[in-house]
Ligand binder design. Sequence first.
Ligand SMILES: Cc1cc(Nc2nc(/C=C/c3ccccc3)nc3cc(N4CCN(C)CC4)ccc23)n[nH]1
Length: 278
Amino acid sequence: KKGGKFSLKNFDIGRPLGKGKFGSVYLARHRDPEYIVALKILFKSQLKSASVEHQLLREIEIQGHLRHPHILRMYTYFWDEKKIYLVLEYAEKGELYKRLQAKGRFDDRTAGTYIYQMADALHYCHSKNVIHRDIKPENILIGSDGELKISDFGWSVHAPSNKRRTMCGTLDYLPPEMINGHSHSKHVDIWALGILCYEFLVGKPPFESEDSTKTYEAVKKLRYVFPHYVTGGARDLITKLLVLEPTQRLPLDKVMEHFWVKGHVDSKKAEMKREASQ
Ligand SMILES: Cc1cc(Nc2nc(/C=C/c3ccccc3)nc3cc(N4CCN(C)CC4)ccc23)n[nH]1
């Protein structure tokens, strides 16, 4: 790398991939060595007016140091007088929530494999004392082998923390201890994994309702039902994740060993081996 310092002139900018709150993400190609990336371009003015600079710095600090197959890499970042550029891994199969919308809901084997990958990624984050705090389909991308990649560490913090998050986006993934504003820990990610598993299998989160007060009530009373097609194995796992007492939620390493998850991961691996050999 000449001088090691990246700048915009090292990149050819491609098509816009999406537009976020504070800027857009573009497909980009780094020249010499040639490398396809996703370039997230943020406007300093917008960050300043929303006073989220500290959040961005935390996102850069945290995502920059994490290395895991199911966590989207942040290779580097640079800035000029008006913008900040995050050089991110390119996940070439797009956004998970769009695939869920298109399919309606995932079958047991797909959901089980996805939950295994997310539990593995979160277990790694927690081993680095990082809580993601915003696990939901919108923050997950799909890599070239169909594997999931957690992106957007904008809300992640170092545990333990009671940093309030101003309510933006869905409440469906908030655990009871965050609704009550109690200090929370890595267990919030385990609750969110339970919500995610339900949403993979049903197509919508368990406590969804027309207004946030009703969602709060449903969460605090653990009021949700399983449609008839949700299998016993999946119900067993979700019931062990959606537990009001944070410390009683199934630990992530036990999630990865759960019979419903383990069974589907093994059968998915066997299927992929068969496909690869054909
Ligand atoms: C950071 C990043 C993105 C990324 N890849 C992709 N991001 C986004 C949409 C991105 C986005 C960004 C900000 C706000 C909203 C959406 N959409 C994508 C759509 C893709 N395709 C190709 C595959 N098709 C099935 C669907 C359309 C491929 C990669 C995508 N890799 N790394």
